[in-house]
Ligand binder design. Structure first.
Ligand SMILES: [Zn+2]
Length: 164
């Protein structure tokens, strides 16, 4: 798939957190910044999303391919954000990725925090790739979901199908 990654040793942390069968992914066609441990099936799905619909929509809607995907990370030993719950996040299992923005070949930078509520092609692009993400991941949370997700798209392969 043209993915740049290294295999990580299995890790079990405190409080039920873990990163088993995980890789450190730094590119899938475009470079991918700031990821930590990511479970292999999620990394595979993410690479397919980046190489497929993200690039297709970037070319068609924004007029330029993506050269860098900016993330806010993957593995993090923490609870679900933005809801009253002490449930561990899928991030605690290296089974979630937060995407915050994209840099295009023409130098333009599209961020979720600025583009989602903007008008025009950036908002169209971000909604298009969110909708495609819903076909490839189990849970997808965008700024439409809650304030905690105003600046990123959360994608994971845990729990039940949910797309907003
Ligand atoms: Zn997240």
């Amino acid at each position: 798939m043209g993915v740049k990654f290294s295999v990580l040793p299995d890790f079990v942390g405190n409080g039920g957190c873990s990163a088993i069968n995980s890789v450190l992914m730094t590119g899938a066609g475009a470079s991918i910044s700031n990821l930590r441990a990511t479970q292999c099936p999620l990394a595979r799905a993410f690479a397919g999303w980046v190489r497929g619909p993200v690039q297709t929509h970037a070319r068609e809607i924004l007029g330029s391919p993506v050269v860098r995907v900016e993330t806010m990370g993957s593995y993090a030993c923490r609870q679900v954000k933005g809801v009253a719950s002490n449930k561990l996040s899928e991030h605690a299992y290296a089974n979630a990725i937060d995407v915050s923005g994209f840099v295009l070949a023409d130098g333009r930078r599209v961020t979720v925090v600025n583009g989602w509520l903007g008008k025009g092609d950036e908002a169209d692009f971000l909604r298009a790739i969110r909708n495609d993400a819903c076909k490839r991941f189990l849970t997808v949370l965008s700024p439409d979901y809650n304030f905690a997700h105003r600046d990123h798209l959360h994608v994971d392969l845990g729990g039940r199908p949910y797309c907003r």
